[in-house]
Design a protein around this ligand. Structure first.
Ligand code: SF4
Length: 213
């Protein structure tokens, strides 16, 4: 698919983000989410980084800067964008669970205070359930279709599993980290915390091997 102009990409991304902000597919998640996590970065990217959800690692901008710099240096790319397979952060919450709360109403105010007890949200971030990933996946596929990057870097085994299956790849080879879907190179990586210079050099070498086949 041809890459759209940056202006056209911006228009389509804004439209998609508007729908994400109004999305209510995961009733149990949206009660305790102030706003969904959206993609950030260059809107005509060379490479898109995809994380499972917005967690303590991705919320620290310094972690993202380190990752971006590693990728830029080793893969010799410039424009990078990052996004998530699940937009709303699931939380375990004793307060919510201990109260009979038969409502779909959002329970956080604009200052992240819980409407049930007036305190700062005390929910503990947890990984998304399979059904939450599947519910949110169409937004990510739409985002990829709009931005159409030459490289997609999948962080973590769950992201790899869901994305490869969504592209029709069900049989994966052990130790293989690079796949080709249409004109896009798909790169498998460990979770962001485990992504090192050494790993980045390895995938850079595998991409070169792959390209020369
Ligand atoms: S996680 Fe995704 S699909 Fe579920 S409510 Fe949030 S935006 Fe919608």
């Amino acid at each position: 698919m041809a890459r759209g102009s940056r202006e056209e990409n911006i228009r389509q991304i804004i439209d998609m983000e508007d729908r994400i902000a109004r999305c209510g597919r995961c009733k149990s998640l949206i009660k305790c989410v102030r706003k969904p996590s959206l993609g950030k970065g260059e809107l005509d990217p060379d490479l898109m980084m995809i994380f499972e959800y917005d967690n303590h690692f991705t919320r620290d901008v310094n972690n993202l800067i380190v990752l971006r710099n590693m990728v830029k240096k080793e893969l010799n790319l410039d424009k990078i964008y990052h996004t998530f397979i699940t937009r709303c952060q699931p939380k375990a919450c004793v307060t919510r669970n201990s109260m009979s709360c038969y409502t779909d109403t959002r329970l956080l105010d604009k200052d992240n205070h819980c409407l049930l007890n007036g305190r700062d949200c005390e929910g503990i971030p947890v990984r998304p359930a399979d059904e939450e990933i599947i519910a949110c996946l169409p937004f990510l596929l739409e985002e990829i279709a709009i931005l159409n990057p030459a490289y997609i870097l999948l962080f973590g085994s769950r992201v790899a599993e869901y994305m490869l299956k969504s592209w029709g790849i069900f049989d994966t080879e052990e130790d293989r980290t690079v796949y080709m879907i249409n004109d896009t190179r798909i790169i498998l990586a460990p979770d962001g915390e485990q992504f090192t210079d050494g790993y980045c050099q390895r995938i850079s070498q595998q991409i070169r091997n792959f390209t020369s086949l």
